[in-house]
Design a protein around this ligand. Sequence first.
Ligand SMILES: Nc1nc2c(ncn2[C@@H]2O[C@H](COP(=O)(O)OP(=O)(O)OP(=O)(O)O)[C@@H](O)[C@H]2O)c(=O)[nH]1
Ligand SMILES: [Mg+2]
Length: 586
Amino acid sequence: MTMQNDDPLDEALRPPPDETPEQREIRLAREEEANRISQAIDASIKAEKQARKKKRIVRLLLLGQSESGLIVVPGKSTTLRQFQRLYTPTAFREERILWRAVIQLNIVRSIRIILETLTSPTQKSPKTSPFSTPRSRSRSISRPPALPTHIPPLPSSDYTNFNGYGNGAFGHGNGNEAFDDSHSGRLRVDLGGESDPDSDSEHASRSNPSSTTLIPSPLEALKTRLQPLRHIEALLIAKLVPPNEDEATHLAGPSHSSYPPDQPGHTIGTSFRNQEIFVRPGAGWKGALSKARVNYPSCSESEDPSPHMDSGRPTSAGNTGLETPDEPQEVLHQCRKDMMMLWNDDIVREILIRKKVRLEELPGFFLNDLERVTSLRYMPTDDDVLKARLKTVGVSEYKFEMEVSAGRDSGTEWRIVDVGGSRSQRHGHPFLTMSSFPFVYEYIPVDAIIFLAPISGFDQVLAEDRTVNRLEDSVLLWKAVCSNKLLAGVDLVLFLNKCDILDAKLKSGIRLSKYVKSYSDRENDLDSVSKYLRGKFSAIHREYSPNPRKFYAFCTSVTDTATTAGIIASVRDMVIRQHLKQSKLL
Ligand SMILES: Nc1nc2c(ncn2[C@@H]2O[C@H](COP(=O)(O)OP(=O)(O)OP(=O)(O)O)[C@@H](O)[C@H]2O)c(=O)[nH]1
Ligand SMILES: [Mg+2]
């Protein structure tokens, strides 16, 4: 028996004992070639490592004010999503299904806003001018009287006998009420005879108890049928918010309106503005949803059966373990006719208009798409993802490399810092300074700041401080950013955002000069207004910047994919140009 303790590799590599000189020559040549190839591979790995070390990393910081609820938020996270859509389209597309839960919650919230609005009283508050100084403003503006912390019960009427959200905006009926809508498909509610539409007392006097009936009103019945939305709301919150994240559903603070008396939404005096759901930034919530995801529906808008469907039902992104496959989508589907009836009802619309609640302008508005977005096989489109609203809290850096399909500059790593902008996160400063954003300094150096000012908010006040006009808040923050010495070397890109909403407002007859006195009798159209505001922001930049620096301003509607793609390409070019200059590579 021979001993087998030789290394098998040595054994294999050992030249055959009877090797001829020719065979030896061939073997040595082969070994040399193998050696050469191995060295080439080593060199290429080393080169790649070095290239990675030298990789171009571009850093952007998104800044701009924000609040929860019913008001104009600037669109920082939407801008981030636009970058992701353009630079990493495959990843963006694959994540679209995860946004369905956010859209479902947005829909439920819109319905709740309607129901709450139908019961809310009117309040008055003064107007402010965004370009006045804090001192002059404090002289000219007196703090409005505090709003009631609860809504006084209004006399019963078809519209006013809701309990209000505190008691359940979706109602407490037994679900058995009859509701005959066979004639008109509408909420056949009689508002009474001729009346002053602005008078709440008229509204009250209309509801003479003697005229009440034991038959539940159509709206009561509708409200009862919409009750399952309450459960869905709870389910979605459980799905989107981590278990220990109580704060997300309980943003503190007394409720009051964010709108002055003759301004949109001013009558909405209830609690929902403080109940906007947020997630901590980062992909945490997406991770939780995707882990529970079974698979993607391959197409959504069509009702065609798909191999990805489980018995024709959408597969869920849920993670509570309590759901059937996408229970929220099923419930929304079941409630869709009632939601459409509520939203399309003439009288409901009339009340929303009278109370200046312009739902269409609010973040996360999907009520005009109910048929599509409540379809059982609904898959959010790119536009839907951009329109969806999920408030950001805290600060987070998103890193991504351009996919090859996204064109040139693949290989550049983009790091975009998204910051939650609400005042509660700015330590409640009455007027802003950059010290309200202490965390920002951790992210310096950045190549540029994209500052978003939602200029459509010129006619609204902050929910967090009703004496402050929305535009004024933007202007103050802009001033603080421009004058900040630590940011003096950072280029500034200004997005005067929500120009689409601004355009609609101006066209509807709302005049800028009513809120910005210095605008006087200039033309009240988008072009003139945006040029004027751009001039104002630009003058502040010139006056307050400690050093000269690059400054670019764009009028944007960042939910609009076509126009935003061009703007982001321009931003990318100039940021990279500047980055290269600073890296002394140019
Ligand atoms: N119509 C319109 N809607 C916009 C525009 N920009 C953003 N939105 C919508 O406004 C909502 C809020 O945008 P976000 O990007 O979440 O705002 P944000 O600045 O990140 O706000 P915070 O996270 O609260 O600091 C979203 O529902 C967007 O779809 C715009 O230019 N036009
Ligand atoms: Mg955000």
